[in-house]
Design a protein around this ligand. Sequence first.
Ligand code: NDP
Ligand code: GDR
Length: 355
Amino acid sequence: MRKVALITGITGQDGSYLAELLLEKGYEVHGIIRRASTFNTKRIDHLYQDPHGEDVRLFLHYGDITDSSNLNRLLEKIQPDEIYNLAAQSHVGVSFDSPEYTAEATGVSTLRILDAIRENGLKTKFYQASTSELFGGLPDTAPQSEKTPFYPKSPYGVAKLYSYWITVNYRESYDIFACNGILFNHESPRRGETFLTRKVTRAVAAIHLGKQDKLYLGNMDAKRDWGHAKDYVEGMWRMLQQDKPQDYVLSMNETHTVREFCELAFAELGYEIVWEGTGVDEKGIDKNTGRVLIEVDPRYFRPAEVELLWGDSTKARTELGWTPSYSFMDLVKEMVKSDLEELSQGDGYKSKFEN
Ligand code: NDP
Ligand code: GDR
């Protein structure tokens, strides 16, 4: 019997890689997409199958994770073997601007799905996209593992904390096979353009092609444990193939500053960045020409910040046999190369309203 999976957030970075992986494994894949005034399926367009054709295995349904009746109907109809709950308002900075919506979409919606599983009496396995943003507020806790205490520092982190615990609670209360994947930052050429890594690699390409003057960033000192999204979706799938539901950290077990990411990305196209000044006056300068390529703009500072994320994924590596195939440097190289190709072809879409 073919397995059936439902992915919320299928149009996002992780959803697109996960859909690819599950289709390769022979699954029937269902995804929830939001109605938008412009197309939002760019990341999964290459997976499109004509619904009138034969052996169709990818199905998209309109819906929204803030709409319980919609979720209930979809679960009743699809009766999935596995649900991957990836949909969320996923931008930490934006969560300070829209805290209440973030609480709904990133927090309470997890309850909506778990309760739809319970109400429909399904034997569905459930994956919750938990995050390293649950950590970070307590000093001297790195590297962070499943045993590290939580201390979120943003409305996004607090909403994800609710999702984490409601997942544990439904597992314990109703015997639902529910897992939290506590994933550290993972990136790719499909990363949203307003997250740090993608913002940097797009700017490197655009500056190189003469399409952008300089790059404005916020906190240069933040440290993150960055891996490749393709590796991380493999880990999500492995969690749901275990005999017992458990929570796992996925991370590269190394950490790098924002400054270091910038240096490596610019170096890919031959720029050697030297730094001058500190705090809001910090500048990244091309050593050979003296041109200022990076400036700090305080509008990108967050009201509260997670300064250090550095994971310890020993449990996943040991129990799931999960090993990342991309190194941090592979990731930087792939992202710069991809953005250079994309921006070299015509204009490449670039919004003026970056954050
Ligand atoms: P993205 O922002 O790329 O994708 C988010 C997805 O959620 C999109 O498909 C988006 O749809 C959808 N979505 C947002 N709000 C709603 C809603 N109200 N109803 C239905 N769908 C909605 O995130 P990622 O792929 O990077 O991350 C996937 C999940 O993993 C998220 O929950 C994120 O918080 C979490 N996470 C991510 C990490 C990372 O480093 N990438 C690390 C740890 C956790 P649309 O395309 O229409 O906007
Ligand atoms: P993060 O990712 O907040 O870790 O959340 P992001 O790439 O947004 O920020 C990483 C770090 O870079 C600093 N920074 C900037 N960030 C952005 N976006 N734009 C800037 O201009 C900029 N300048 C400096 C940030 O302050 C931060 O310290 C991501 C999301 O995918 C979450 O959904 C996920 O849960 C976590 O990773 C793990």
